[in-house]
Every structure is written in structure tokens, then in C-alpha cells.
Design a binder for this molecule. Structure first.
Ligand code: FAD
Length: 338
């Protein structure tokens, strides 16, 4: 096993935070994971699993072992007239898999084009965009318990997917590495263009015949116009979740803030757009030292260069405090803070 010492994690997180890890290792196969689980020497260190580093804020040097998951693989498990089931290695890049499935004529991932990161991290927060979530195409995943080395299969129910949530963010946090994700894609032309500006973008592009490729292109165009590219401006996408609050709390807040938007999510709860709350609290486009809130998207915190994780964390604390004071609504971070 090739273990590197005292290396910078800057190339491994999309915020571009320059912290060091004491030890660094890459897993290229399931055997590498098993070897790790059999090494008492390696297991004694605190551990940080890295996919694409696009959903994490690193606030200090890591006095442990960082592990980059590179396990690849694309296996067709079943292929019928209607659908295909494919098993994808956890280290595969999500967007490359989206493009690959579209090129094969398989539908289901197109709305989730251009989400950064790895396949293996996609179940952690049940990633989603433009009206689709991983859970809509999910069949099962294979994971390895990093304490015991035991392999376990999680089906849809076992993952307990919710809005940017799963068991892997809660009871099993840090316990498993996800080595593969199996998804079902359709060969039927069932598309969802209702969300956001997709249909408008399709019209602008003069699309006459709907296809996964056309939707993917539209989503890519919209995302590029709204979200900063981490290669140019360090960021981790949406820093906060959209709060889900009881209708009664919403009505109370709306009494003072008449324009407060909301979307019913059932069980007497409503979802409130976090970006709107942050914008109305005066934070959109604001720069504080080396970091700030993106000019076009208030949900996205950015590193203008040289920001520390602590600076960005403090900015998020200040935003949370202001939003509570103004609206009585508490924002929760979507990004994993280490
Ligand atoms: C510009 C931008 C736009 C984004 N847009 C969206 C969006 O539209 N929708 C959305 O849902 N998200 C979005 N995100 C967030 C991010 O892309 C996703 O959360 C993605 O799934 C993170 O993948 P990753 O491989 O980079 O995970 P990392 O950031 O490397 O890791 C995230 C967490 O998962 C753990 N982890 C990683 N891999 C594994 C594994 N194989 N097994 C077990 N644990 C693991 C890590 O330890 C960490 O706790 C965006 C991010 C950026 C930068």
C-alpha cells in the first residue's frame, strides 16, 4: 500500500482549502479496502474518505488517514426491452456516468447532469437536481464496514433516503465505504422537463424532439450560467439545505414577511428556499475577507482564493444567525464539515 505523508488536500476538495493530511492512501480495488480493514496499524488512525471532495469543508489539518476512493467499474446486470440495470464503481465520476448512460440510449440521469463528485458519494446525501434524485433510479449499493471488513448490501429501504439525507449521514456516519451503486435506467422516453428553466432552455435551443441528451444539454447550460465552476472559484455547491418547517411556523414568519415563498411537502410541513432567506438577509454577493456569498446564487459560499475553512465556517455561522434573527428559521448546512 502506497502511503503518502503530510500532503496537502487542496487538490482533493472543490473549495480549494489548503490543509494537510498526516497520511494519505488511495483505494483502487475492493481488495485494497479489505487489506485496510485487516491492518490494525492503519485502522488506529482517524479516517476521512474522499470522493471528489465536492461536498466538504475542511477546517483544519487532518491528523489522520485520508483515503481517496478510486474503485472503478461499469457492469450491466440486466438488459431488457424496457430497462437496464447497471452496477457502477464508487470511484467513478458521476457526470461521466451520466454522459455514458445517455450515449447508450438509457434515460433517468439526464436531469442530474453536471453534479460534481463520485458515484460512491451520491447515496450519502441522496443527490438531486431539477426534479430528480438518486433514489428515483436507485436499486442497491454495496458497502464495506471499515471496522470489520464485512460486505453489506443496502437496498432502497435500508438507505432511508430523504431530502439530502440517508442513513450514511446519520446512524452509519463514517462506518462504511460505498464501493458500488446499482441503478435502473429506462429505455422508454419518460422525461421530466417541468422543473426550473428546463423547458424554457429547450425552447431557446430549438429542440423539436425531446431526448435525454437534449435535457442534459439544457441542464448543463442552465447550471453553467448559475453556478460557479469550482476550477475557477472554489465552492461546494449549495452550502445550506432548504429548511423544512411546520406550516404553523411558516404562517408566523409570513405574517411579517408577506413574500416568503414555500412549497408544501406533506405532513403539515413546507419547504422554504434557503437562497431566498439568505438573499433577503442581505448576504447575496457579500464578500468577507477571502470568502463570500456568490453574486448569482445566495446558497453558494465561495473561496476567492486563500480562504481558510474556518473563515468559510464563520461566514456560514454569521448567515445562520442573521436568518434566525430575521425569520426565526434555522438553516442547516448541507456540506460536511471536518
Ligand atoms: C458546483 C457544485 C454543484 C453541486 N450541485 C449539487 C446538486 O445539484 N445536487 C446535489 O445533491 N449536490 C450538489 N453538489 C454537492 C456534491 O456534488 C454532491 O454532494 C456529491 O455527491 C459529492 O460527491 P463527492 O464524491 O465529491 O463527495 P465528497 O465531498 O468527497 O464526500 C462527501 C461525504 O461523503 C463521504 N464519502 C465520499 N465518498 C464515499 C464513499 N465511497 N463511501 C462512503 N462515504 C463516502 C465523505 O467522507 C464525506 O463525508 C454540488 C457541488 C458543487 C461543487
Amino acid at each position: 500500500m502506497n502511503i503518502q505523508k503530510n500532503i496537502s488536500l487542496k487538490p482533493f476538495n472543490t473549495f480549494g482549502i489548503d490543509v494537510k493530511t498526516k497520511l494519505f492512501l488511495e483505494w483502487n480495488s475492493i481488495q485494497d479496502v479489505i487489506d485496510y480493514t485487516q491492518s490494525a496499524e492503519l485502522k488506529k488512525h482517524e479516517r476521512l474518505i474522499l470522493g471528489g471532495g465536492s461536498n466538504m469543508l475542511l477546517t483544519e489539518d487532518f491528523d489522520g488517514l485520508s483515503i481517496k476512493n478510486n474503485i472503478l467499474g461499469k457492469d450491466v446486470i440486466s438488459n431488457t426491452d424496457d430497462a437496464v440495470v447497471v452496477k457502477i464503481g464508487g470511484g467513478e465520476v458521476w457526470h461521466e456516468i451520466v454522459l455514458w448512460t445517455i450515449s447508450q440510449g438509457w434515460n433517468g440521469m439526464e436531469n442530474m447532469s453536471l453534479i460534481p463528485g463520485s458515484m460512491g458519494a451520491s447515496p450519502i446525501q441522496n443527490i438531486g437536481a431539477y426534479g430528480k434524485e438518486l433514489k428515483d433510479i436507485f436499486v442497491k449499493l454495496e458497502a464495506i464496514d471499515l471496522k470489520t471488513g464485512a460486505q453489506k448490501t443496502f437496498d432502497l429501504d435500508a438507505c432511508e433516503f430523504g431530502y439530502r439525507n440517508s442513513v450514511f449521514k446519520n446512524v452509519y456516519k463514517g462506518q462504511y465505504v460505498i464501493v458500488s451503486v446499482t441503478i435502473r435506467l429506462s429505455k422508454k422516453e419518460e422525461f421530466n422537463t417541468q422543473y426550473g428553466a428546463i423547458s424554457q432552455e429547450l425552447e431557446l435551443a430549438g429542440v423539436k424532439e425531446l431526448s435525454a441528451k437534449a435535457i442534459s444539454d439544457a441542464v448543463i447550460t442552465i447550471r453553467r450560467s448559475k453556478l460557479p465552476d469550482p476550477k475557477e472559484l472554489g465552492n461546494s455547491g449549495s452550502f445550506f439545505k432548504n429548511p423544512i418547517i411546520p406550516e404553523s411556523q411558516y404562517e408566523e414568519a409570513k405574517y411579517e414577511h408577506h413574500a416568503l415563498p414555500s412549497y408544501p411537502v406533506g405532513d403539515g410541513m413546507v419547504k422554504v428556499p434557503a437562497g431566498w432567506l439568505i438573499d433577503q438577509s442581505g448576504w447575496k454577493g457579500k464578500r468577507v475577507g477571502n470568502c463570500g456569498v456568490h453574486t448569482k446564487q445566495a446558497l453558494v459560499l465561495v473561496n476567492y482564493g486563500g480562504a481558510t475553512g474556518d473563515e468559510i465556517f464563520q461566514l456560514s455561522e454569521d448567515i445562520i444567525a442573521d436568518v434566525i434573527q430575521k425569520f426565526g428559521i434555522e438553516l442547516e448546512r448541507e456540506v460536511n464539515v471536518f
